[in-house]
Write a new protein. Structure first.
Length: 340
């Protein structure tokens, strides 16, 4: 009994470590999700973009936004605003508007290759408040009587969380003999993708399309590339829903992908230090690129869905039906070819 209580406390401590410097997508990644959301709304619901522009000057950090937007005009300025809103909760870390626990909704996975005994209570344990935070920010944003500053901050948080939760390692942490206190969603584990220097496994997934190269050229190049590679019709898991229940389903999707891909069905674990970093295999690289890019593009489309729900305005009905609901498509690369 004491051992199980010790594991439970250790796992909780490891989960709390996620509230430190680890982010979800990189700055560049979050900005691309904002850009994809903007472009979809520009077609389907331009009134939502107008509502965003009207609301954001009430944000307590608006002077910083305004300074960053000064060189832009027209549609480029609108898109840049969405890009900056998508990353703002990470920029706010360590300040008065930081809500560290809101970035995660983490459940335990147990290694198959290096197992340890974990009781059912620990397996059921959830750490982080992302699901609850999304519901709160959605409600605040929809409440026209809420203080404008609160609504503006909730707007940024809603965008950010709809992206965060698509990153598999924001929903799972591995417990193993190597990581008896958990790997904290990959934040304690180290991997190597030659010739780059070692990074944590969490950083590897955060930077799936690049790190914090957030200048215009990089963000714009990635926006155009992902929009061409993964248009909405290529994402049948998208169903247009974006309420609190849908957000929980997104978390479940990411948790399943953490098991199947990020941890390769419990067979993959990173090294305990940079010196012991585990090399990323070609099969793992192929699978992580496929799913990481897919989840990042999906983030943008789901952000647009959430904003259409939160800020209803005059909208254009999209041509054709929304994609079907259902489990994650299985006809995709696995971290070990042929595994399910």
């Amino acid at each position: 009994m004491h051992v199980r209580q010790g594991i439970r406390r250790a796992v909780l401590a490891a989960a709390l470590a996620l509230a430190g410097p680890a982010a979800a997508w990189s700055n560049q990644g979050h900005m691309v999700t904002g850009a994809i959301a903007h472009d979809r709304l520009a077609v389907l619901a331009p009134g939502v973009i107008a509502a965003v522009e009207q609301l954001m000057p009430a944000h307590p950090d608006w002077p910083k936004f305004a300074a960053a937007l000064a060189p832009y005009a027209g549609a480029a300025r609108q898109r840049r605003l969405f890009e900056l809103m998508a990353r703002w909760p990470d920029d706010a870390r360590g300040g008065p508007y930081d809500r560290s626990a809101s970035h995660y909704w983490v459940r335990v996975l147990v290694s198959r290759a290096d197992p340890v005994a974990v009781g059912p209570a620990v397996r059921r344990q959830v750490n982080g408040q992302a699901v609850e935070a999304f519901a709160l920010h959605l409600a605040t944003l929809r409440d026209v009587y809420a203080p404008p500053a609160d609504r503006a901050m909730s707007l940024c948080w809603l965008i950010h969380l709809a992206g965060d939760i698509q990153q598999p390692l924001h929903t799972a942490q591995l417990v193993s003999g190597r990581f008896p206190q958990s790997d904290a969603g990959g934040a304690f584990g180290h991997v190597r993708l030659d010739p780059a220097p070692p990074s944590t496994l969490h950083e590897y997934w955060d930077n799936i399309i690049g790190g914090d190269n957030d200048d215009d050229a990089n963000v714009e190049a990635q926006r155009q590339r992902l929009a061409a590679l993964l248009p909405l019709r290529a994402l049948p898991e998208h169903d247009g829903r974006a309420d609190a229940r849908a957000f929980r389903r997104w978390a479940d999707e990411s948790h399943l992908l953490a098991w199947r891909v990020a941890y390769d069905h419990g067979r993959f674990e990173a090294g305990v230090s940079a010196a012991a970093a585990v090399a990323i295999s070609p099969a793992y690289r192929t699978a992580s690129l496929y799913w990481g890019q897919r989840r990042l593009a999906l983030s943008g489309y789901r952000i647009a869905d959430a904003l259409r729900l939160a800020l209803p305005a005059v909208q254009v009905v999209p041509a054709g039906p929304a994609g079907p609901t259902g489990p994650i498509p299985r006809a995709a690369p696995s971290a070990t070819s042929g595994s399910n």
